[in-house]
Ligand binder design. Sequence first.
Ligand SMILES: Nc1nc2c(ncn2[C@@H]2O[C@H](COP(=O)(O)OP(=O)(O)OP(=O)(O)O)[C@@H](O)[C@H]2O)c(=O)[nH]1
Ligand SMILES: [Mg+2]
Length: 206
Amino acid sequence: MEISESNSTPRAEFVTSAAYFKELSQSADREYAVLGRSNVGKSSFINHVLESGAIARTSKKPGKTTLANLYRLSDGTAWVDLPGYGYAKASLKEKQRWGRLIADYCTKRDNLSGIIWLLDIRHPGVKADLEAGHWLFALGKPVFPVLTKRDKLPKQKQQQHSSAYTDIFGFPADPLRYSVMEHNSREKFWGRFLQWRDEVLGEEEG
Ligand SMILES: Nc1nc2c(ncn2[C@@H]2O[C@H](COP(=O)(O)OP(=O)(O)OP(=O)(O)O)[C@@H](O)[C@H]2O)c(=O)[nH]1
Ligand SMILES: [Mg+2]
């Protein structure tokens, strides 16, 4: 019989959506944003890791999330699902609004405690992520990288690509590999994420 880990997962509830940064209300002292390329799996990750069914809307096609969506968690934090960057096919006007929303959010959100940065395990070093990486590290906020869609690669390739990511971005350790197809991923995420969160908080307070 499988032992359920679900009681360690905080409950999530949807609070609000916003098309522009100034419209996004705050609901917790500490907030974590889920950032990544369009279609990398941000909304799927949120649903899976928070065991929240379909609280965040997902799609096979890129460009699904067009607003900042705010969730309140039972652990007292909040999470924000952002539109993806790097989607070439949206209209210029939409791309500009998403870019502005992401940039304003990341630079002006005063309760932003860290960024959960999602990267597709299959494609280390794509241009949009390199550009985002430059910008993200300049921002100076703590970053927790997660490699998504691990089920799409054999184990050996996963290891190679994970090391490639670590080299490219100078991560202190190989990032967590995640798949929404695996129950295991959720457990591993919470183990590492909570540890990281404590370390980051310790640095802030210390
Ligand atoms: N095989 C596999 N597919 C995944 C995984 N995570 C997400 N997907 C698929 O990837 C596609 C995009 O997922 P979304 O969660 O909508 O991606 P997103 O990053 O929120 O995309 P935007 O909102 O458009 O920026 C969907 O078809 C998901 O089912 C995973 O771990 N494994
Ligand atoms: Mg999305």
